[in-house]
Design a protein around this ligand. Structure first.
Ligand code: PEP
Ligand code: MN
Length: 360
């Protein structure tokens, strides 16, 4: 994608004084529900109205969407409120119907982004239209697959592109419905800074009391927009009831969010930042020096083990180190999960240094 500058033009063209807001129900349920929610969102910061018409359900038996009839309801909502309309598409038939009903924004869901055949079919059906197309991250944490989806659309001549971060499935249950793995979106942002990045806190959190916190985190990381599931009567929603908020709550969430600036001209901010960053740089160099030194010791241990034909991995010792470091880390205000990640990485590198010596 050579010319990603073009990609954010659609977003800049809205000239919004705040991040882009996409709001609306998980699913369109009835004409009245679609219209009621849209009316409530008309006088809000929302620019785009979302509603699922075809719902990909992980297991059969759930509500699978109202189908094409819902597109007519969206057309009515658009005529009445002026909001742009967005639906999820998963195949060429969905695209064809959405285009026939003048839908403005099409998004590709997480369960579709994983499938290059499906994404290509959608890209071919959309070829050279000027629709806004948003690609949700695939259910698995794979940046290549996510970018691959964007590239397929880009190669089909679609220039108004964006990505939606909705988190990743895990087998273990965490506090999130889909763990955010923010680093993946940060990597994407640093590689394609002009590809609009939108957070979907509803599907990340899976519960309405976390929407505010996850949205704020996204804004702190410079996201360009939010997609928040909004329903007139969330508890009675036909899908994703736990994570939807009312239009009133949505407005309060948006009001309470703090939008950060990318930079400032303020001299005292910049000089203080320079000082603090210089201190960070010194610490980073020290960290590397200590790590290098630690690996030299590991190599000496490797030589000693080799001379005595002793196995590299000593589980008991390794578990003792981990436990001790978690305790010490806690006293220094460092989170257990972080200590585990760091020390596992150090241990892996240490083993590789030892093995090099032992097998030389
Ligand atoms: C949705 O937006 O309602 C949806 C089905 O999302 P996802 O593809 O992120 O699961
Ligand atoms: Mn949903």
């Amino acid at each position: 994608m050579k010319d990603d500058k073009q990609m954010r033009k659609w977003l800049d063209d809205f000239s919004l004084p705040h991040p882009l807001v996409i709001a609306g129900p998980c699913s369109a349920e009835t004409e009245e529900q679609v219209l009621q929610i849209a009316r409530e969102l008309k006088n809000s910061d929302a620019t785009i109205y979302r509603a699922g018409i075809w719902k990909p359900r992980t297991r059969p038996g759930g509500f699978e969407g109202v189908g094409a009839i819902g597109l007519q309801w969206l057309q009515k909502a658009k005529a009445e409120t002026g909001l742009l309309m967005a639906v999820e598409v998963a195949n060429a038939t969905h695209v064809k119907l959405a285009l026939e009903h003048d839908i403005d924004v099409l998004w590709i869901g997480a369960r579709t982004t994983v499938n290059p055949f499906a994404v290509q079919e959608i890209a071919d059906a959309l070829a050279n239209t000027d629709k806004i197309v948003l690609v949700k991250n695939p259910v698995n944490p794979d940046l290549g697959l996510w970018l691959g989806g964007v590239e397929r659309l880009y190669n089909a001549g679609i220039k108004k592109l964006g990505v939606v971060h909705r988190g990743f499935s895990t087998y273990e249950k965490t506090k999130y419905r889909n763990t955010p793995e923010w680093q993946i979106a940060i990597d994407l942002q640093s590689r394609f800074p002009d590809l609009p990045l939108i957070c979907d806190p509803s599907h990340i959190s899976g519960r309405r009391d976390m929407i505010q916190e996850v949205s704020q985190q996204a804004l702190d990381l410079n996201y360009d927009g939010l997609m928040i599931e909004t329903h007139i009567n969330p508890d009675e929603a036909w899908s994703d009831a736990k994570q939807q908020v009312t239009p009133t709550v949505l407005k309060q969430i948006l009001k309470d969010l703090r939008v950060r600036q990318l930079s400032t001209e303020a001299g005292d901010f910049n000089s203080e930042m320079l000082k603090l960053r210089a201190n960070i740089d010194i610490d980073d160099s020290k960290l590397l020096e200590i790590l290098g030194h630690r690996m030299k010791i590991a190599e000496q241990i490797g030589a000693l083990k080799k001379a005595n034909n002793i196995a590299v991995l000593q589980n008991k010792r390794w578990n003792e180190v981990l436990e001790k470091m978690i305790l010490e880390g806690e006293q220094k205000g460092l989170n257990e999960e972080f200590i585990l990640r760091i020390f596992k990485a150090i241990h892996e590198e240490s083993i590789s240094h030892q093995r090099k010596i032992m097998n030389s």
